[in-house]
Design a binder for this molecule. Sequence first.
Ligand code: OKP
Ligand code: ZN
Length: 350
Amino acid sequence: MLSLYAAEHSQHAPGIEFWNGRAEPTVEVPARVEAILKGLKNAGLADPQPVTSVDPAEIGTLLAHIHTRAYLDYLPEAYERWVESGGDVNGVMPFISPGKSMQGIPQSGLARPGLFAFDMGALIKPGTAHAAYNAALTAFHAAQAVAQGQRAAYALCRPPGHHAGANFYGGYCYLNNAALAVETLRSTPGYHFERLAVLDIDVHHGNGTQDIFYGSREVLTVSLHMDPAHEYPFFAGYREERGLGAGEGYNINYPLPFGIQDANYLAALKDALDEIANFNPAALVVALGVDTYRSDPIGKFALSLAAYPKIGKEIARLSRPTVFVQEGGYDLNCLGDLVSGVLVGFENNL
Ligand code: OKP
Ligand code: ZN
């Protein structure tokens, strides 16, 4: 399977995140990419190819379909404006965000992060925007390959993207790579990908992807994740969230209990894939998080190693052109085996 990654991901190394009011070392580290590359090679999947440094214009038009102009203008200049205004050189982190009735638009680089950041888990440092654009470029190229006839492709995106919405970022995510893959498929000239589906199997709810397509009946978004009543991102991911207006019925959430094991998880996945099959999309984008693994440091599911090829097999049974986009997964010892498990399980069942 065509696999792509961006070497320049390493320009993004946030180091810390705030959680429970404490600065903690973050699990979203550059070594994740090395671990996954090693896993892909060990599994004999085609050698991952690097995508080269991005000129933002190359994907700018497509990104403007999924993110607001205000947010896209903010991201690349956030660090400089923050430091100019006296912000800590270690990185941009909101310390004030508007209350519900506060509608003003500040110019200060110290306050602007509060307009867009929904948590304190996505530090912006000097290399962050560049790395995020390169991750998006990786998803773009993988989707383009599928639009041009490849059966499937894998984009090793880092930083991940599924928590980034139209005008917000957080949870290690800045640009929504999976949504960009959708827009790339939809925008390929002469190619009729009218109905598309996103299957998000990261252990956290894909609130950004849900946000972007919430009003659309052309893109079905389906997410399986830890019950947000008790876990991040807390404020979205509930079963009642089914889409809005024309999009009503085209967003499906599966909040699942902590500790869920292979059999029950695979049953929920089958149900999700049945919904997708009924929708009959021309192609599928998989937001591939593997933080569902039992020893993941932040996920609270309990899947075994053997679950991952089965997940790939179930996805293959849908028989759609498929773009895999990397999301979370933080157990560096197993990360490569988990990702390649899904991809090999998929390929072996085509
Ligand atoms: C990003 B992705 C616990 C930190 C949890 C928030 C989770 C972000 C997940 N120490 N931080 O969906 O994998
Ligand atoms: Zn996750």
